[in-house]
Design a protein around this ligand. Structure first.
Ligand SMILES: C[S@@+](CC[C@H](N)C(=O)[O-])C[C@H]1O[C@@H](n2cnc3c(N)ncnc32)[C@H](O)[C@@H]1O
Ligand code: SF4
Length: 407
């Protein structure tokens, strides 16, 4: 795994919240709800997310009842929380009818208190059919959309197995910008045969089309995907290390020059337009995972729970109907695991971490000698207020930095 790869919209890796001091939380008592819609029209050859193609129509009403049931059960475990962000991810949530989205949001509003300024993001694929549903989603309560554009040229889109053209995707972005208060789109870089010059041009175009936020993920070749087999057979060329590094550097430079600096290793926003929900993961705050294959981090009776549900949609459905939830993993994290998650997630952020928080979680301070060496190497800095941040030079080797600090 390289450290510049995409973060999952609902990360399965462990993260930490516990009783974070308010300054660290960024927002008092932030609580997120992630809802996973696990279906797609076709499976993209690079994708290892929990997404499934079904040839018979999906019984949305039945799924909708199951989502409401799991929301009710999860809310009963987490009383008194106020929901500050909701993220409908996938899969392809934009295949849901707006009524289905509305009933999920209603169930959340019925069982938890919802903040007046709640951020409600829906992940959408940028086809013209999906764009016709945008107004319905807005009426249902969605106020932010994240579009999977992936590339701005048709040849790349074909290689990526996408069902939309670049024109169609940009039209969907333009519609999204008129319908929603906030919009973002995703691009994948380090694609076969992509040069830093080509990427710089594509990125400038993307920035001119983007409203306030871009997620820019380096292509990762995941096991058990068609891309993996093609790569192993020498039929898919990905950039070598030096080119990948140059592509990453171009990403940082072009985005910073155009007012969209990175606030996380793969996420760029105009200041103030950061995705609240994503920040909540990286700051180690609390979130519930609803739907097939969703992950959550819940603080119950002072214990941090790492929760995951059954991945197979129909099995999840039957489980929820029988017992009110689809949970198959509910681990208690010990202090070391919590501290490691805190480092792993927090150091992805440009704002970095508060080392005293790490010490409070793990029961030991970060090793000052290791900090000194990493500072000398230019991989990290320690700010005047004591926060520890990874530098531009350190981000491409973030995994190594985290491993070193956590050792
Ligand atoms: C799981 S997808 C869901 C969004 C939506 N279904 C779509 O494809 O547009 C979330 C994002 O993850 C990114 N992604 C998925 N697989 C990836 C991979 N192997 N390498 C890099 N990015 C990837 C894509 O940018 C995608 O938009
Ligand atoms: S549409 Fe999105 S979630 Fe579905 S297979 Fe493609 S990348 Fe994965």
């Amino acid at each position: 795994m390289t450290s510049t790869e995409r973060p999952h919209p609902n990360p399965p890796i462990k993260s930490e919240a516990g009783s974070l001091p308010q300054a660290e939380r960024g927002e008092k008592d932030a609580f997120g709800v992630y809802v996973h819609w696990p279906f797609c029209l076709s499976k993209c050859p690079y994708c290892d997310f929990n997404s499934h193609v079904r040839h018979a129509p999906i019984d949305e009403e039945r799924f909708s009842r199951a989502f409401a049931r799991e929301i009710e059960t999860t809310a009963a475990r987490t009383p008194g929380r106020q929901v500050s962000s909701i993220f409908l991810g996938g899969g392809t949530p934009s295949l849901m009818r707006p009524q289905t989205v509305g009933s999920i949001l209603d169930a959340i509003g019925k069982h938890w208190r919802v903040a007046p300024d709640v951020e409600v993001t829906l992940e959408a694929n940028p086809t013209s059919v999906e764009a016709t549903r945008f107004r319905g989603y807005r009426t249902a309560g969605v106020n932010r959309v994240s579009l999977g554009v992936q590339a701005l040229d048709d040849t790349s889109l074909k290689v990526l197995g996408r069902l939309h053209s670049a024109r169609e995707a940009l039209d969907a972005v333009a519609i999204a910008r008129t319908v929603f208060d906030r919009a973002s789109f995703d691009l994948i870089y380090a694609r076969p045969d992509q040069t830093p010059q080509m990427w710089a041009e594509e990125l400038k175009q993307a920035i001119s089309e983007a409203a306030e936020h871009l997620s820019l993920y380096q292509l990762t070749v995941e096991p058990d995907t068609p891309f993996f087999s093609l790569h192993a057979a020498g039929k898919l060329s990905t950039p070598d290390e030096a080119t990948a590094r140059a592509l990453y550097d171009v990403t940082q430079e072009v985005c910073a020059q155009h007012g969209l600096p990175a606030y996380e290793i793969s996420n760029h926003a105009r200041p103030g337009a950061e995705c609240k929900h994503n920040l909540l993961y990286w700051r180690g705050q609390e979130y519930a995972g609803i739907g097939p294959g969703a992950h959550g981090r819940l603080d119950i009776n002072g214990i941090r729970h790492a929760v995951a549900t059954e991945k197979r949609p129909e099995t999840w459905l039957v489980r929820v109907e029988a017992s009110g939830h689809g949970i198959i993993i509910d681990d208690h994290l010990n202090s070391e695991e919590r501290a490691d998650e805190f480092l792993l997630m927090g150091l992805r952020l440009a704002e970095g971490i508060d080392p005293s928080r790490y010490a409070a979680l793990s029961g030991r301070a970060l090793d000052p000698r290791r900090i000194a060496v990493l500072r000398q190497q230019g991989a990290i800095v320690v700010d005047a207020d004591g926060r520890l941040r990874v530098t531009k030079a350190g981000f491409p080797v973030l995994d190594a930095v985290v491993a070193d600090l956590a050792a």
